[in-house]
Ligand binder design. Structure first.
Ligand code: LMR
Length: 397
């Protein structure tokens, strides 16, 4: 019955996690998946989450179905976090649905767009998070790439991206990373964003902004700047967001999809989003979103969360600096300053697939084959070993 099925090659990121856990070496280092680990190499349970959990559990609430769109307090708090006061509420409405993580938001959004604009194609940055391709193609949309990373300069290919944005077919769907680009960590400047958005507006493009790391780059508001700029401009667009990393709630799958539309279309949009949710998973789960809503909606917990988020952000910045420093000391002939110009959880090292394989096999250091590493997997105990392993594989190339 099933022998004709193609063998699944495994996921390039999640597959690495299984390999890592199966590796018996005690000094192995996981720089593959985008998970924030603390100084001791543990996935933290944030204090604000632990406190919210106690309150939520003590309430012993029944577990009926949530509505298709999710819990309303959660949705309102997500709206405030992402958009602040950037929308002109007289003319624009936001339809928000709680989703099963950021991936769920992308899938609900992709299905929605396939219905709304069946003739449109999607444009994603080259490179992008691998699953962007999978999710949009899985929803039946054709996916194209726009230039993003220039290997020669190890920087953003601004001219290349702008040229494509100016010439894409009208009503194309364009996937953007408002902060902490996954996988490169490279962001356009604000001046560049303005030109890029001008070009997209001139093509009546439909921006789809994927923000999975709000607060891991420059800060909560700065990281949402592009989204708010789209709102100020009176654009109509989609935003997928996630609390996996920023609340360390990976396994709870807490995300949201927001669609900004003209106010008189908001009801139509909201209905289609609910339909998309119903067809995918009916309604979202309760617990993770209840924790997030409790933290965001309680001033003391919200303050605690912001300080814990700042601690995670500054630890990442510190480890990035130590990586650059360590590599520069071991290989003074090379310039590693490009790593310092990247932001967020990831560094795009420029390592080849063969070098990444050697890192894993010979040194027990796990990275994604594209050369992406998760900086948040580095800590004071493994940084010198990782730098030494990098130097060995880089020299042997
Ligand atoms: C990543 O990019 O490593 C994370 O977003 C986890 C995932 O689902 O791929």
């Amino acid at each position: 019955m099933f022998e004709h099925l193609p063998r699944y090659a495994g996921d390039p990121i999640l597959g690495l996690m299984s390999d890592f856990f199966a590796d018996p070496r005690i000094d192995k280092v996981n720089l593959g998946v985008g998970i924030y680990y603390d100084e001791l190499g543990q996935v933290p349970l944030l204090d604000c989450v632990a406190q919210a959990e106690q309150v939520v559990v003590s309430e012993h609430k029944p577990r009926s179905y949530l509505p298709m769109e999710g819990e309303s307090a959660y949705r309102a708090l997500v709206h405030q976090l992402i958009f602040a006061d950037s929308l002109d509420k007289r003319h624009f409405g936001t339809s928000i649905v709680q989703t099963v993580g950021g991936s769920g938001a992308l899938k609900v959004g992709a299905d929605f767009l396939r219905t709304a604009w069946p003739g449109s194609e999607v444009w994603v940055s080259d490179p992008t998070w691998d699953n962007h391709l999978g999710i949009f193609e899985g929803a039946g949309l054709k996916v194209n790439r726009y230039p993003y990373y220039d290997p020669a300069t190890q920087a953003f290919d601004y001219e290349g991206a702008l040229a494509v944005f100016k010439s894409i077919p009208v009503r194309s769907i364009v996937l953007l990373h408002p902060c902490c680009h996954n996988p490169t960590g490279i962001q356009p400047t604000r001046e560049q964003w303005i030109e890029l958005l001008d070009a997209l507006q001139s093509r009546e493009a439909i921006p789809f902004l994927d923000i999975a790391y709000q607060g891991f780059g420059q800060g909560l508001d700065d990281d949402a700047w592009v989204i708010r700029e789209c709102a100020h401009r009176g654009m109509e667009f989609l935003v997928s967001s996630s609390f996996s990393k920023t609340f360390s709630l990976y396994g709870e799958r807490v995300g949201a999809l927001s669609v900004v539309s003209r106010i008189h279309d908001a009801d139509l949009v909201f209905g289609q989003l609910k339909l998309s949710v119903r067809r995918n998973y009916s309604s979202p789960p309760i617990f993770g979103a209840a924790l997030v809503a409790r933290v965001l909606g309680t001033p003391a917990l919200r303050q605690l969360w912001e300080s814990e988020l700042a601690t995670m952000r500054s630890r990442i910045v510190k480890m990035r600096a130590q990586l650059v420093d360590g590599l520069s000391k071991l290989m003074p002939e090379r310039d590693f300053s490009f790593l310092q110009r990247q932001e967020g959880m990831f560094a795009y090292t420029g390592l080849s697939a063969a070098q990444v394989r050697a890192l894993k096999t010979d040194h027990g250091v796990y990275a994604v084959e594209t050369g992406r590493i998760c900086i948040a997997g580095l800590n004071p105990h493994n940084i010198s070993r990782v730098c030494a392993a990098f130097a060995t594989v880089m020299r042997s190339a």
